[in-house]
Design a protein around this ligand. Structure first.
Ligand SMILES: Nc1ncnc2c1ncn2[C@@H]1O[C@H](COP(=O)(O)OP(=O)(O)O)[C@@H](O)[C@H]1O
Ligand SMILES: [Mg+2]
Length: 276
């Protein structure tokens, strides 16, 4: 079912764009949606168009060549571009535009958490990394903090590896462990949505596969949007995939569709490895 029925068919049957509305195929409610999104760095328009809907408790992958706007799009979703880029259009989180002036950005980012490309734990103990935001929010009860540490480390599949060394510096962990710690840190404040920007790009294959297993577990409780340059990763873990090219989303559909029968020629070329 096409959202944009006016997409021109070319002679050989390819569509110019194919943006599917997940709610036509999926009973999961839409938790985040962008409409007519444009993002500008000065005069440079980095996102020309990005109308996507993200269903609850699904993993959606953003793929596309380097410089196509994936990070710009992702960072707009929880206003990490504030002060860096100008954003127009709507970003609706459970129906409320995150750019409304009365929005408490801090609280919004608690609900829409983010994990970055390079693991960036604080230079503090494992325990303090996870409790940092909670303490800043005024939580002081030791039992509550202890429970948050255990729960989020378990959710991030790191608990078994670190439970006896919670006082150890987070910087002493391996890269893969640090990235799972950053996920645990994001989970500690009980977000609703988790945004991840190429979270495995600095990891070895074993850590990457561990991270992927973790994300598959997490989708039972969280809505996940992940940028990845690794198409196999998108195919392995995501339910929906958006293909970005030159600042535009050209195709968005179920991941199986994107990888087996894309409707847009450039998507086909990209997933076939012809460019990128
Ligand atoms: N902080 C920034 N300032 C100015 N231009 C930027 C900035 N970040 C990204 N861009 C530009 O925006 C475009 C999209 O970049 P980006 O979103 O990083 O793409 P991707 O994540 O797909 O590689 C590129 O042309 C890039 O040079
Ligand atoms: Mg990027």
């Amino acid at each position: 079912m096409l959202i944009n029925p006016s997409s021109p068919h070319s002679d050989d049957g390819w569509l110019a764009r194919n943006i599917v509305d997940p709610s036509l195929k999926d009973s999961a409610p839409i938790v985040l949606e962008t409409k007519q999104l444009h993002v500008y760095y000065g005069d440079n328009e980095a996102i020309h168009e990005g109308d996507l809907k993200f269903p609850e408790h699904r993993i959606s992958a953003l793929i596309g060549p380097s410089g196509s706007g994936k990070s710009t799009y992702l960072r707009s979703l929880n206003r990490m571009n504030d002060g860096v880029a100008r954003v127009t259009g709507e970003i609706l989180y459970r129906g409320v535009d995150v750019n409304r002036p009365e929005i408490d950005v801090y609280e919004m980012r608690r609900r829409i958490g983010m994990v970055f490309q390079r693991p960036n734990p604080f230079s503090k103990s494992i325990y303090d990394n996870i409790t940092f935001a909670l303490k800043r929010r005024g939580v002081t009860d030791k039992q509550t903090l202890d429970e948050a540490v255990e729960t989020s480390l378990k959710q991030a599949a790191l608990w078994d590896e670190v439970k006896d060394q919670l006082k150890k510096s987070a910087l002493a962990l391996s890269g893969g462990q640090q990235q799972r710690l950053c996920i645990a840190r994001a989970l500690a404040v009980k977000p609703d949505i988790l945004l991840l920007d190429e979270p495995a790009s600095a990891l070895d294959p074993v850590s990457t596969s561990k991270l992927e297993e973790t994300l598959l577990q997490l989708k039972n409780d969280y809505t996940i949007i992940i940028v990845t340059h690794n198409m196999q990763q998108a195919a392995r873990i995501s339910d929906y995939t958006a293909f970005f090219n030159m600042g535009r989303v050209l195709e968005y559909d179920e991941t199986s569709q994107i990888f087996t029968s894309p409707q847009v020629q450039l998507t086909n070329n990209y997933v076939a490895g012809d460019f990128g």
